[in-house]
Design a protein. Structure first.
Length: 223
């Protein structure tokens, strides 16, 4: 006797938990795919930007130290601490020297002007490059934060619609262990941004100081 087709009531149904499990698997696979894109882009840019940062950081330190320790600038800075009458007396005394001394003073004034102008120009160039690296570092930080928030919201919405609890588990056990979200990488990125900010502030102060010194040298009448 041939058996007829199974009725709907006797057919084997797929358990609801298996359906949910399959949907979760597909959803998380899509999330993983997006996360891989984020991590890949982040790593490429991180290596590129930090290479520029490391070179600029070293160059900035090297460029600022010679100017800070320059004998001519130290001498000029020392004279700034003397009372105006003493500085004026020193200059007047020098002017009583021979014409050769006057010529020598004129030469020193030119050296000061060249030195200060060179430093001011160098500072301006460094400011532009520091600004560019600061923007790149900030963009890298924002990229990581925006994608974290985007993925978090996506999983949260999926949880709400399907009655799941994937968000915290995925963020804590998967996403937080990727390069953009490792604590040591976030700290390194923040420190780099802070360092660039400090360099920029010092360079701005030093450049303004050089301009003031140049004006004071010219104001001494040594021309």
């Amino acid at each position: 006797m041939e058996s007829g087709p199974l009725s709907p009531s006797t057919s084997q149904a797929v358990p609801l938990d298996e359906v949910k499990g399959s949907l979760q698997h597909k959803f998380l696979a899509l999330v993983d795919k997006e996360l891989r894109k984020v991590v890949t882009w982040y790593e490429i840019k991180r290596i590129e930007i930090f290479d520029r940062y490391d070179r600029l950081n070293m160059e900035t330190k090297q460029e600022m130290e010679p100017a800070k320790n320059s004998p001519r600038l130290r001498s000029l800075s020392h004279s700034e601490n003397e009372p105006p009458s003493e500085r004026t007396g020193l200059i007047n005394k020098n002017r009583r020297h021979s014409d050769i001394s006057v010529d020598l003073e004129a030469g020193i004034s030119d050296i000061y002007n060249v030195d200060l102008e060179r430093i001011a120009k160098m500072r301006g160039d460094l400011k532009k490059r520091l600004t560019d690296v600061y923007v790149k570092l900030s963009e890298l930080k924002s990229f990581a934060e925006l994608n974290w928030e985007g993925i978090r919201k996506g999983i949260k919405k999926y949880d709400k619609v399907n009655g799941c609890k994937l968000k915290d588990q995925y963020l804590n056990n998967v996403m937080s262990k990727e390069s953009p979200y490792l604590e040591e990488n976030k700290i390194k990125l923040k420190e780099a941004i802070d360092t660039i900010t400090q360099h920029y502030a010092k360079i701005t102060t030093t450049r303004e100081s050089c301009i003031r010194k140049k004006h004071r040298v010219e104001g001494h009448g040594v021309t």
